[in-house]
Design a protein. Structure first.
Length: 117
């Protein structure tokens, strides 16, 4: 095919052929899948259903276990945060006291240096 603008109908015709062949191929694949599904023994179908339901139940159990673990972890984290908050308040009091004592001491040294007392 050339790149001339008047070749557009030929290109469209090729694309329509490809689309028709693809549509036919998809229809054949669907028919093959239906045929294979109808050929499955009833026992195998029942086993597949049972496996599927077991898998769903396992996923639901795992999901509920994860949720419970996340709730427990969240409550543990909250308790730890409360403990840290109390410790920070206590540490802040100590820090403030040490800073004030240091400032008072520094002011005393400065006052002595300036011969104020």
């Amino acid at each position: 095919m050339s790149d001339k603008p008047n070749d557009l109908p030929a290109r469209v015709a090729v694309l329509e052929e490809i689309a028709a062949a693809t549509k036919l191929g998809i229809a054949e694949i669907r028919a093959d899948i239906r045929h294979l599904a109808s050929d499955l023994p009833a026992g195998l179908r029942a086993e597949m259903r049972q496996t599927s339901s077991d898998l769903r139940a396992g996923i639901q159990q795992t999901s509920s276990d994860l949720r419970a673990e996340m709730r427990q972890t969240s409550s543990d984290l909250r308790a730890e945060m409360r403990t840290l908050r109390v410790e920070h308040r206590s540490d802040f009091g100590w820090l403030l006291g040490i800073m004030l004592t240091g400032y008072i001491g520094l002011l005393g040294v400065m006052a002595h240096g300036f011969h104020w007392f």
